[in-house]
Design a protein around this ligand. Structure first.
Ligand SMILES: [Zn+2]
Length: 242
């Protein structure tokens, strides 16, 4: 009997560990299920013109991402829009994009600026930021490896202690998505100086543009960094195909 209970304990421990160390495939499957739920709960694609505009711009960026990150060519990319004001825009793992028309209209984004917003979100997915965040969490707080994945998934956005440990990771991921997003959209054919305009509008719309957090750069920092990337491309006369 003791042997059987030991085996059961080992199996339970193995199951708990496995759950807390998700693979990219598991993260994408989970994102697809959550995305389907979000589409069901929001009114989506109500404005045909806006949805067509987002899909046209996202289409060029996705094609570029598929060239730059070959893994993403296998993804079932989806692009939808919502009128819901609480959303802004995101691209979940596996290429599931949802864009708020209210957010884009509130900021008055041009096509290039919308491309920058989309490219930033696409980079989070293409660079596996979710997977890397979970791996960082398990490295920094190994106690989470003994708990079910669903708890870790909730904790990275809600547990203050874990969030503090992940602050540097999250800050670096935001900066990386800004920089690589600008470069992705530029390679897709958008003028760099116009892309950086997104951050100027985001900064102007912010109530506290100079307020940064330990896990998130301030809008003014992001605007300065984007200007520097765009200026570097112009100064060196780099062409997207160089
Ligand atoms: Zn981001």
């Amino acid at each position: 009997m003791a042997k059987l209970s030991q085996i059961i304990m080992l199996l339970l421990a193995a199951a708990a560990c496995r759950a807390a160390e998700p693979t990219q495939e598991e993260i994408m499957a989970r994102a697809a299920a959550i995305y389907a739920g979000r589409l069901a709960e929001h009114a989506i694609d109500l404005d045909a013109d806006f949805t067509a505009r987002v899909r046209r711009i996202a289409g060029g960026l996705i094609a570029q991402a598929q060239r730059d990150y070959p893994d993403t060519a296998q993804w079932a990319w989806e692009v939808h829009t919502t009128a819901t004001a609480e959303q802004n825009a995101d691209c979940m793992a596996g290429g599931k994009i949802l864009v708020s028309q209210a957010y884009v209209e509130r900021l008055g984004l041009s096509d290039a600026e919308l491309a920058m917003l989309l490219a930033h979100e696409i980079e989070h997915a293409a660079l596996y930021h979710n997977l890397l965040e979970y791996q960082a969490a398990l490295r920094l707080a190994p106690v989470w490896s003994t708990r079910p994945f669903a708890e870790l998934e909730y904790a990275v956005d809600n547990d203050r202690k874990l969030m503090a440990l992940l602050a540097d990771t999250n800050y670096a991921q935001e900066q990386e998505a800004d920089r690589e997003g600008l470069l992705l959209a530029w390679r897709a054919g958008w003028p760099a100086a116009q892309l950086s305009g997104y951050f100027r509008k985001m900064m102007r719309a912010s109530e506290s543009p100079r307020f940064g957090r330990s896990d998130y750069p301030s809008p003014s920092q992001r605007w300065r960094a984007a200007q520097a990337v765009a200026a570097g491309l112009q100064k060196n006369h780099v062409q997207p195909n160089d």
